[in-house]
Design a protein around this ligand. Structure first.
Ligand code: HEC
Ligand code: HEC
Length: 328
């Protein structure tokens, strides 16, 4: 069966760029679900589910189609193709380093990984499968029926499905970066440019004002000026709170592994880290008529060419060793 032949998606994916949009074509693998090892923990079960197209309406997409392991669980498209070929409204963020987060999605509409996990399954623009149908499929599948029994002593339920996916995501933490080694006292771990970039990040460039803490997000919502009500019209946090003071606010994204998760921002409008830094350096030259932009971005940064390079080197130093070869 088609569904069965697409199991074990953590093998290889191949990306084809069509009109700037990457559509993931998954390499077919002959593993039957009955050949998947029987998991003994919720996170091992969650990992199997994360990569299994059984959770999408037409059985072609898994969470891993958009959150690709080799790209720090993001993808490299501005918008990602869903189950029906329609594009997502927003850029796919990395699903790593989320265990300490308080809110999820660009607009913070989910407040736990469990709550988040069931939404893409049901969303028509993503996996397009009602949860009741997902549970029916898992119950009818000999492997998953056995796996849920073993891990949870229960038949599959929506809560347990969410729990398994969330527990897997909680294992996706990265701390093996040049930056972490530098902070731990190895002064040779970051190059000179990245060391200067770190000082700019927390000083002159004021990035740490918003990108603070271990994962470089203060778990707050801010408006950096990418909403103008005309060509940039995603109102972000406002859609959830309906508070006009929150027009154009988005979750401050964490920056770990950011060098492998281009393009950037909720709408994927910047293709490189350099473009992001250039934006912060002179936002008015890039976006006209921003509404409610954070006041801290009103003072020009006046970064020199070398400072732009140094900031970029610092962002690259936040890359976990497992991804670093992709960017060198
Ligand atoms: C079609 C592509 C696609 C698929 C399939 C998909 N996602 Fe996502 N994911 C996205 C997009 C786009 C967003 C951002 C949506 C938004 O913020 O409005 C997102 C957001 C997330 C977030 C929030 C990250 C953050 O920083 O707040 C998590 C966690 C996540 N997805 C996990 C999953 C899981 C688990 C599955 C499978 C059940 C899944 N995704 C399936 C595209 C996808
Ligand atoms: C006022 C708060 C604020 C400041 C200051 C700030 N950022 Fe951000 N940053 C954000 C928010 C909010 C977003 C998401 C905005 C969006 O998508 O509309 C973001 C997005 C990013 C992204 C894209 C991440 C991704 O996954 O798409 C990078 C990279 C980034 N910032 C780096 C920096 C750097 C470097 C600086 C300093 C020059 C900086 N930021 C200053 C709040 C801030």
């Amino acid at each position: 069966m088609f569904e069965k032949s697409m199991r074990a998606l953590w093998t290889i994916g191949l990306s084809v760029t069509v009109l700037g949009v990457c559509i993931a074509l998954t390499s077919f693998d002959t593993t039957e679900s009955s050949e998947l090892p029987l998991p003994s923990t919720a996170s091992a079960l969650g990992e199997q589910l994360f990569f299994d197209p059984i959770l999408s309406g037409n059985k072609t997409l898994s969470c891993g189609s958009c959150h690709k392991r080799e790209l720090a669980f993001a993808d490299n498209a501005a918008f990602s193709a869903g189950n029906n070929g329609t594009l997502t409204r927003r850029n796919t963020p990395s699903a790593m380093n989320l265990s300490g987060r308080l809110q999820f999605f660009w607009d913070g509409r989910a407040s736990s990984l469990e709550e988040q996990a069931l939404k893409p399954i049901q969303s028509p623009e993503e996996m397009n499968l009602p949860i009741a149908n997902a549970i029916q499929r898992l119950t009818a599948d000999a492997h998953y029926a056995k796996a849920f029994q073993r891990v949870f002593k229960s038949t599959p339920t929506p809560d347990l499905l969410a729990k398994a996916l969330a527990e897997f995501e909680r294992t996706l933490e990265t701390a093996n970066t040049p930056y972490d080694r530098f902070i731990d006292g190895d002064e040779t771990a970051m190059n000179e440019s990245a060391i200067r970039g770190r000082l700019l990040f927390i000083g002159k460039a004021n990035c740490a004002n918003c990108h603070a803490g271990d994962d470089f997000t203060a778990d707050r919502f801010k408006n950096i000026g990418l909403y103008n009500g005309t060509n940039l019209n995603d109102a972000g946090r406002f859609e959830i709170t309906k508070d006009s003071a929150q027009l154009g606010l988005f979750k401050i994204p964490g920056l770990r592994n950011v060098a492998v998760t281009a393009p950037y921002m909720h709408n994927g409008m910047f293709s490189t880290l350099r473009e992001v830094i250039e934006y912060y350096n002179h936002p008015d030259q890039v976006v006209k008529g921003s509404i409610h932009r954070d006041l801290s971005l009103n003072t020009p940064l006046n970064l020199t060419e070398q400072e732009v390079i140094d900031l970029e080197a610092f962002l690259i130093a936040l890359t976990d060793d497992q991804f670093i070869k992709k960017i060198n």
